[in-house]
Design a protein around this ligand. Structure first.
Ligand code: SAH
Length: 394
């Protein structure tokens, strides 16, 4: 095994069990490891610190796996981590819900591996060369634990590029998953297109938030912006919303949303789907004098990095300002940010600015977060990305 020596002043994060070592923190590499190899990280005195995946193509040159020198990071180690993560989701899966994230990368001690369950099908993302090398073992363990009908590679191309990996979305095991896999979440049926859908097919990170918001929608006129295939829309209809309007720019999302309405036998009369840019559509509502009782704003990630934060903050503020102005007095705004670079305090600040600009009074009545299938590891705060606020607006 190759030894990698850390710079003298870079020990703290490793000691605190943060799983990333940036290339700039490395003093020297003794030997020539191949990307994806497991190496031994030493401090400047030559003492063992951790084992990790090596990749000289990535800014994160080491992804640490194990801090105990006696624990060998072998096949059994990977099998145990996979089994622990999968078994930890047992309480989420039941008659009402057969879809969730089974493995969430660093948070589940498997840096670069994401596994999502869609009923009997699995969608995986392989984002590091180390995980790519271990995939035969990981797939074998997943098959033993879950006996899936298919395992589909849905790796995100840009993340793979950062690691110098090629991109090829293909079936890794079993048959090609059907273009419509029916899953259940909170008792609601969704058609998932694993191969063509966004991310791995579905945003299961909003499962709890959809349910929590739905409790406030009975008899209400609801607007679901950035609806995708209708997570918030369907939960609101399920809970007796008077009407729901869904807006998304993706044609496939809108088409699937309509399919989901009929799969659940919801009253199509109560639903309007608009394929449009949300910013344009909100302005159109404003001009037409349309108002709503509950508005959901669940935009894509506006801040991909810290450097994009200022611009993103302005975009979030504008979006929320116009959203607030479309609410009936005392209405509810459920607003989200999935930008990891923006924390809850900053998000509240953005909402305070939006309220000021809109001339509205705003109370935060609930704070949304990511669900338990997207855990945040104490030593890896970067894994926390989804936050939201339920606001009462006057
Ligand atoms: N709320 C959804 C998830 C939203 S993901 C759910 O519960 O499943 C973000 C969505 O925003 C995607 O469906 C994407 O197609 C859509 N989108 C991105 N930019 C948009 C824009 N400018 N106008 C409308 N929709 C947009």
């Amino acid at each position: 095994m190759t030894d990698v020596v850390l710079k003298r002043d870079k020990e703290k994060a490793v000691f605190q069990r943060h799983p990333w070592v940036f290339s700039g923190a490395i003093e020297r590499v003794k030997g020539k490891p191949t990307n994806g190899d497991i190496v031994r990280l030493l401090n400047h005195k030559g003492e063992f610190m951790a084992y990790g995946f090596y990749n000289d193509q990535s800014r994160v040159a080491l992804r640490l796996l194990e801090w105990n020198e006696e624990t060998e990071v072998n096949e059994a180690w990977f099998r145990a981590k996979v089994a622990t993560a999968v078994n930890a989701r047992a309480d989420i899966l039941n008659e009402q819900t057969n879809t969730c994230r089974l493995i969430f990368s660093e948070a589940d001690y498997l840096p670069g591996l994401i596994v999502d369950k869609y009923a009997d099908h699995l969608a995986v993302q392989i984002l590091t060369s180390g995980i790519e090398k271990m995939m035969p073992v990981i797939m074998d363990e997943l098959r033993q634990l879950l006996n899936p009908l298919s395992i589909f590679d849905k790796s995100d191309a840009s993340s793979r590029q950062h690691e110098g990996l090629e991109t090829d979305n293909t079936v890794l095991w079993g048959d090609e998953p059907p273009s419509s896999v029916e899953v259940k979440e909170n008792g609601i049926i969704y058609s998932i297109n694993i191969a063509e859908g966004q991310k791995s097919g579905f945003y299961c990170d909003q499962r709890d938030n959809r349910r929590i918001l739905a409790a406030h929608t009975k008899g209400k006129k609801v607007l679901d912006c950035f609806s995708y295939t209708g997570g918030f829309t369907l939960n609101a209809l399920h809970n007796g919303a008077a009407s729901v309007t869904s807006v998304d720019s993706s044609a496939l999302a809108i088409e699937t949303l309509k399919q989901n309405i009929s799969l659940n036998k919801f009253d199509a009369e109560k639903h309007t789907a608009i394929q449009s840019d949300v910013n344009k559509q909100l302005r159109a509502f404003k001009e037409a004098g349309d108002k709503f009782d509950v508005i959901v704003l669940d935009p894509p990630k506006y801040a991909p990095s810290r450097s994009a934060l200022d611009r993103a903050a302005r975009a979030y503020k504008d979006l929320n300002r116009i959203g607030m102005s479309l609410l009936n007095s005392g209405g509810l705004l459920a607003t989200f940010s999935c930008s990891g670079a923006m924390d809850m305090e900053q998000f509240k600040q953005v909402l305070a600015w939006a309220a000021l600009d809109a001339g509205k009074q705003v109370q935060f009545i609930y704070q949304f977060c990511q669900p338990e299938c997207h855990p945040v590891r104490a030593s890896f705060p970067e894994g926390e990305y989804l936050k939201g606020l339920l606001c009462r607006v006057w």
